[in-house]
Design a protein around this ligand. Structure first.
Ligand SMILES: *[C@@H]1O[C@H](CO)[C@@H](O)[C@H](O)[C@H]1NC(C)=O
Ligand SMILES: *[C@@H]1O[C@H](CO)[C@@H](O)[C@H](O)[C@H]1NC(C)=O
Ligand SMILES: *[C@@H]1O[C@H](CO)[C@@H](O)[C@H](O)[C@H]1NC(C)=O
Ligand SMILES: *[C@@H]1O[C@H](CO)[C@@H](O)[C@H](O)[C@H]1NC(C)=O
Ligand SMILES: *[C@@H]1O[C@H](CO)[C@@H](O)[C@H](O)[C@H]1NC(C)=O
Length: 331
C-alpha cells in the first residue's frame, strides 16, 4: 500500500474557456523531506483578542480556536509560536516579563513572577492543546532591558556578555539562560510543555518594539550557555535559532553558528532547528545547515484586504508559491 502508485486527477474547469484535465502521478515511496508541521502565532496580545478582549463571545472564541487547531473542524495547526515577554507591563499589545524588576546584578537572586496568563498565550495554549496541538515554540523577542547594552527591551541592543559587548553591569548570558528556563518551568509545571525554545527574533533588525540584535558569533556565545544549562538541568526542550527577518539575513548568521570554539563546540551543535522569516528576503534557497529548517513568521503585508485576493498571481499568500518554497528551501 505504501509503495503503491497513487494517481490523482485534477479537473480545472473552464479556466481558459475550455475543459482541461491534468493527470499527476505521485510515487509515495520516494520521500524528499520531512515536514514538522504548520503553525501560527498569537503573540503581542493577539491571544487576548481571540479570548474576547474586544467582546468575542465564548461560542465564537471556541469557533476561532477550532478553525485554527482542530484537525476536523479547521486547519489543525501543529505549531504555536508564543512570545516570551520582556515588558514590565501588559498594557496595549505588550507582553509582560516574568522578571519585570532588575535584580542587583547578573548573579543576584532574580525576582521572578508568573501570572499563569502570559498575555493570553497560556490559556490559549491550553485550549489549543485540548484540540491536539503537539508543538509549542516559545520565543523571546528580547531579553529584559536590564540585561542589554542599551538598557531597553526596545530598539535592538545586544545581550551583555556576548562578543564585542562591554556592560558596566556585567555578563548576563547565564542570567538570560536561567530566565528562559524559568519560563519553561512555569509552563511545564502548569501542564503545558514548551517543546521548542528560542531567544532571538529578527536579530538584524532594531525596531522600536521588543528586539535584540546579534550576529552568528554572538548568538553562538549565548547558545553554548543555554545549551549547557539545559543539559545540566536535564530539561526536554529543543533550541531554535535565530528567526532572522529574511532568508539572506538568516544565512548570514550560519557561519558564526557553525564556527567551533576552543573546545570544538559550535553553537549549532546545541540546536535542533534553524528558523527564519520571509519579510526581507523570501525562503527561496536552502540555508547552510543539516538541521531541520522552519519558516517561523511571515505575513502578507500588502495591506489592502478587500477586494485584494491573497492567492492571486503568485502573491505572498498564494498556495503554489508556498508549495514551491517549502520544497526549494526544504521547510
Ligand atoms: C459569532 O460571530 C458571527 C460573525 O460575526 C456573528 O454573526 C454571530 O452572531 C456570533 N455568534 C455569537 C454567539 O456571538
Ligand atoms: C517600563 O518599561 C518602559 C519601556 O521600556 C520604560 O519606559 C518604563 O520606565 C518602565 N517602567 C518601570 C516602572 O520600570
Ligand atoms: C518583586 O516583584 C514584585 C512583583 O512582581 C514586586 O511587587 C516587588 O516589589 C519586587 N521586589 C523587588 C525587590 O524588586
Ligand atoms: C560578530 O560581532 C563581533 C563583535 O563586533 C565580532 O567580533 C565578530 O567577528 C562578529 N562575527 C561575525 C561572524 O561577523
Ligand atoms: C490580481 O493580480 C493582478 C496582477 O498582479 C492585479 O492587476 C490585480 O489587481 C489582482 N487582483 C486582485 C483582486 O487582487
Amino acid at each position: 500500500m505504501m509503495n503503491a502508485l497513487t494517481l490523482l486527477t485534477l479537473l480545472l474547469p473552464t479556466v481558459l474557456g475550455w475543459d482541461y484535465t491534468v493527470e499527476l502521478t505521485v510515487d509515495r515511496s520516494t520521500k524528499y523531506q520531512v515536514v514538522d508541521g504548520w503553525g501560527c502565532s498569537e503573540a503581542f496580545q493577539r491571544a487576548t483578542d481571540v479570548l474576547g478582549r474586544y467582546g468575542l463571545s465564548p461560542q465564537n472564541q471556541s469557533y476561532v480556536l477550532d478553525l485554527l487547531f482542530d484537525v476536523e473542524k479547521g486547519a489543525g495547526f501543529t505549531i504555536l509560536r508564543n512570545g516570551i515577554g520582556s515588558s514590565n507591563s501588559s498594557k496595549g499589545n505588550l507582553m509582560n516579563s516574568i522578571e519585570p524588576y532588575a535584580p542587583a546584578g547578573p548573579n543576584a537572586t532574580p525576582n521572578y513572577t508568573w501570572d499563569h496568563y502570559s498575555s493570553g498565550q497560556f490559556p490559549l495554549s491550553q485550549d489549543a492543546r485540548a484540540r491536539g496541538l503537539p508543538y509549542i515554540y516559545a520565543d523571546a523577542w528580547s531579553a529584559p532591558g536590564f540585561m542589554k547594552t542599551n538598557d531597553d527591551e526596545n530598539n535592538g541592543g545586544y545581550l551583555c556578555g556576548v562578543e564585542g559587548t562591554h556592560c558596566s553591569t556585567g555578563d548576563w548570558k547565564q542570567a538570560y539562560a536561567n530566565y528562559l528556563i524559568q519560563f519553561w518551568k512555569y509552563w511545564n509545571d502548569a501542564g503545558v510543555p514548551i517543546t521548542h525554545l528560542g531567544f532571538l527574533n529578527e536579530p538584524s533588525f532594531a525596531p522600536d518594539y521588543a528586539s535584540m540584535q546579534s550576529n552568528g558569533t554572538q548568538a553562538a556565545d549565548f547558545i553554548r550557555v543555554l545549551g549547557k544549562t539545559i543539559q545540566k538541568e536535564n530539561i526536554d526542550v529543543e533550541i531554535v535559532c535565530c528567526d532572522d527577518y529574511g532568508w539572506e539575513q538568516q544565512e548570514a548568521l550560519m557561519a558564526g553558528l557553525a564556527a567551533p570554539d576552543e573546545n570544538g563546540n559550535s553553537g549549532e551543535s546545541y540546536l535542533s532547528v534553524i528558523s527564519g522569516h520571509g519579510y526581507a528576503s523570501p525562503p527561496d534557497f536552502q540555508l547552510s545547515t543539516s538541521l531541520r529548517v522552519w519558516e517561523t513568521e511571515w505575513a502578507d503585508l500588502t495591506g489592502d484586504y478587500t477586494p485584494y485576493e491573497f492567492w492571486n498571481h503568485s502573491g505572498p499568500g498564494e498556495g503554489l508559491t508556498w508549495a514551491s518554497r517549502i520544497q526549494v528551501a526544504r521547510l
